[in-house]
Design a protein around this ligand. Structure first.
Ligand SMILES: NC(=O)c1ccc[n+]([C@@H]2O[C@H](COP(=O)([O-])OP(=O)(O)OC[C@H]3O[C@@H](n4cnc5c(N)ncnc54)[C@H](O)[C@@H]3O)[C@@H](O)[C@H]2O)c1
Length: 451
């Protein structure tokens, strides 16, 4: 009954409402007037009809909607950028401050260096040496798990205790590398980030393409566009000599017979950097390292894994070449390599381009950094046995075709002439230092924890 009466009233109101009054129901000051619910639908329809009655009004509405959408979108992007700026793991105010502080130069004539692969073996040593002599250093590393990332974290902690900041990122990330150059005008780049190791290519070939080819090009793209352009020193490898039989290896020898994908990507790196030198005027120095070893070393390398296995009483596998000839390596102690890297940076010469345009010829150099005294692998094992005071269980097998080469031997006269490179640590001394570090770091004694 009540419902019926309501409907009745509603109909009556609709019938009785004069047109003039309809206009008055929508006052210019919203909120002051309570709309009569019974007529609202009807009045709305009329009002909408009026608003859209002419094309010009429709056009204005369309403009209004477009403007509303555009301002919503720009507000969203402002919110995104703003929140990233204040909260993201990189790119915020705090991050920029850390980068700038770490890059500060504390000696006259010093340099500010971006060190890629700074949490790696060679990268951590080079970063520390640069910082200690007063240069500015910022690291970049993706902390991948090719080998135990906790060792990379420990190196990072060590560097942080010396005020070196390492940015966690990939050299393939154009935004992060560009942002670093927007934040600091690096004078030099020490490019050491790479997929290292020869045998791992059988398992994960694309990681070599990712870091050693694509990552290198990405880095060079940012460097070429930077203003001023930095000078670049980067790690090639003795592996580019591949099947070369002429000894010792000279920079003039052929390097077109790589024996592994790793070697092929390093050789490609030499060609790629040459292109950037030629087209954009980037100063480039490539360093061919010869089997670098020492404290904080790489667990995938033979001297390191031999030490672990000997201490744990596990057998070690020693490869032999054809006709049971022992493999030999020109083992080079880390401190000597670091001196070579610093010498190369100091003598690198300036890039000539700016804003991606070449303004003149820039240096393009390649140097061997070795020790010039190859030692056979069984001799290396003998030295380790002596320092560890444990006999190794040796398993001698013929070298499989997995990318290793029978021997390496560096001719270093070019590096000596150009920046006084002169290695001073023999394998006995270097391995002694390595073993001391290994035992203090891992806390092992004959395979059993000390603590
Ligand atoms: N150690 C040697 O005996 C030796 C010999 C010849 C050449 N090299 C070259 O020297 C350089 C340093 O070697 P290392 O022994 O210190 O190796 P390493 O593996 O300890 O250091 C390389 C570092 O680069 C980082 N990295 C790898 N790919 C990256 C990427 N895409 N983006 C950012 N970071 C990345 C890794 O996390 C690692 O910390 C490498 O270029 C290597 O190829 C080393």
């Amino acid at each position: 009954m009540i419902k019926f009466l309501e409907r009745e009233n509603h109909n009556q109101t609709q019938k009785r409402m004069p047109l003039q009054l309809e206009d008055e129901l929508f006052p210019s000051t919203p909120g002051k007037f309570k709309v009569d619910q019974r007529g609202a639908h009807y009045f709305m329809n009329r009002q909408i009809h009026r608003c859209f009655a002419s094309t010009s009004t429709m056009f204005l509405w369309a403009l209004f909607l477009i403007a509303l959408t555009a301002s919503y979108l720009s507000f969203q992007s402002f919110v995104d950028t703003g929140s990233k700026y204040f909260t993201a793991s990189w790119g915020g105010i705090q991050w920029e401050k850390q980068v700038r502080t770490s890059a500060q130069i504390h000696r006259s004539g010093g340099m500010s260096v971006l060190v890629t692969g700074a949490a790696g073996f060679v990268g951590s040593h080079v970063s520390l040496a640069l910082k200690k002599r007063g240069d500015g250093v910022v690291g970049l590393d993706n902390f991948n798990n090719y080998y135990d990332p906790s060792l990379k974290r420990a190196r990072k902690n060590l560097l942080e205790s010396h005020d070196v900041f390492i940015v966690e990122g990939d050299i393939n990330d154009f935004k992060i590398v560009s942002k670093l150059f927007d934040t600091v005008a690096f004078t030099h780049v020490m490019h050491l980030a790479a997929q290292a190791g020869v045998r791992y290519a059988l398992e994960n070939p694309m990681s070599y393409v990712h870091s050693n080819i694509a990552g290198l090009v990405n880095l060079l793209e940012v460097c070429k566009a930077a203003n001023p352009q930095p000078s670049i020193v980067w790690a090639s490898s003795s592996s580019v000599y591949g099947l070369n039989e002429k000894s010792p290896f000279s920079e003039l020898d052929r390097t077109d017979q790589p024996a592994s994908l790793y070697a092929a990507t390093k050789k490609a790196g030499e060609e790629i950097t040459h292109t950037y030198n030629h087209i954009y005027g980037l100063s480039i120095t490539g360093l061919r390292f010869f089997t670098v070893y020492g404290p904080w070393g790489r667990p995938d390398m033979a001297y390191f894994s031999f030490t672990r296995n000997i201490l744990q009483g596990k057998p070690i596998t020693i490869y032999r070449g054809k006709n049971k000839v022992d493999l030999a390596r020109d083992f080079t102690y880390i401190d000597d390599v670091v001196k070579g890297c610093l010498g190369a940076l100091d003598s690198s010469g300036k890039s000539t381009g700016s804003g991606g345009k070449k303004r003149g010829a820039a240096p393009y150099r390649i140097y061997n950094l070795g020790n010039t005294q190859p030692v056979t692998v069984p001799t290396l094992v003998g030295i380790l046995e002596k320092h560890l005071k444990v006999k190794a269980k040796k398993n001698m097998i013929e070298m499989p075709g997995n990318g290793d080469v029978p021997f390496t031997h560096a001719n270093i006269s070019l590096a000596r002439k150009d920046f006084g490179y002169k290695p001073t640590t023999d394998l006995q001394t270097g391995l002694k230092k390595f073993v001391r570090w290994y035992l203090s770091y891992y806390g092992y004694n004959n395979g059993k924890p000390v603590n």
